[in-house]
Design a protein. Structure first.
Length: 292
């Protein structure tokens, strides 16, 4: 940030402290932003296991028998100076009607506060009527303003024929892969979402997590991509996602500089010089956060 300001000051002695402050505030706001991610779905679909697998920490309670999450578990990932992600593991629907009514109210209170919604389905479930009802009546109205929404098809290793699963490589066999693809297409059709927004994974087998992170990163606004990317487990962050984060940083910084100098004499003279330094600043930020 100081590098950009120094370049602009060198280009024009009339570059003001107010313009410098505007640049610093914008970039600091982006780097310190703490996005809120909500993880929804029926009881027993593996929401807590997914959170643990994505971020490489045992941040959510997990049980093979009981529905652990009776209330929203709110966790802050990355406690460095208050930065990171607010991750909300939301109680699962489908236990009984009384709880579903209670959770419906809770969901409607939470959804406006979230930057990203993940809805987790169990791949070997045969019916998603409860999920569809909640999606259409509770979740979808909040998505019409463009809030990112991703459906996560979990436990795909249990899709028939489950014996096809290659335990050594943690990938599906040919027939199983075909059935998983058909399941993804069916889910997309049932929920009326694009097929690319339905991501097949197995949290337990660590399958598909990078693709899920890719979808998350690409769906978020530029200003929020870096905040999420720096918290996910390193092995889940693909080269494509890293490049997208780098590009988003370049766009934000370039827009910030352009906005700060807009309408001043400095604008035309400094455009090329400031543009050249944006790459160096982006590289420095990424190196500091361990992203590239």
């Amino acid at each position: 940030m100081n590098m950009i300001v120094d370049i602009l000051k060198e280009a024009d002695a009339n570059f003001t402290a107010e313009q410098a402050l505007r640049i610093n505030e914008k970039i600091s706001s982006m780097l310190n932003y703490k996005p809120a991610v909500g993880v929804f779905g029926k009881t027993g679909v593996g929401k807590s296991s997914l959170c643990n697998a994505l971020f490489g920490q045992d941040i959510c309670e997990v049980s093979d028998i009981d529905a652990c999450t009776r209330s929203t578990q709110e966790m802050i990932l990355g406690l460095d100076n208050g930065k990171g992600i607010t991750l909300m593991d939301v109680p699962g629907v489908g236990e009984n009607q009384e709880r579903d009514d209670e959770y419906s109210e809770l969901y409607q209170q939470l959804l406006p506060k979230l930057d990203l919604v993940l809805w987790v389905l169990k791949a070997d479930d045969r019916a998603y009527s409860v999920d569809i009802d909640f999606y259409l009546n509770v979740v979808k109205p909040h998505l019409q303003q463009g809030k990112p929404f991703i459906m996560v098809l979990n436990q795909v290793d249990k899709v028939e024929p489950f014996r096809d699963w290659d335990c050594a490589s943690r990938t599906p066999g040919l027939t199983q892969a075909k059935n998983i693809y058909q399941k993804v297409a069916g889910v997309a059709n049932n929920f009326s979402v694009k097929q690319s927004a339905v991501i097949p994974i197995s949290a337990d087998e660590k399958f598909g997590l990078s693709k899920l992170v890719d979808e998350i990163v690409f769906s978020l606004p530029d200003e929020q991509k870096v905040s999420v990317a720096k918290e996910v487990k390193e092995e889940n962050l693909s080269n494509e996602a890293r490049q997208e984060v780098k590009s988003s940083l370049s766009r934000v910084i370039s827009r910030t500089v352009a906005g700060a100098v807009c309408g001043s004499e400095i604008g035309g003279r400094v455009a090329g010089k400031a543009g050249a330094v944006v790459g160096a600043v982006v590289g420095g930020i990424g190196g500091l956060l361990g992203l590239w």
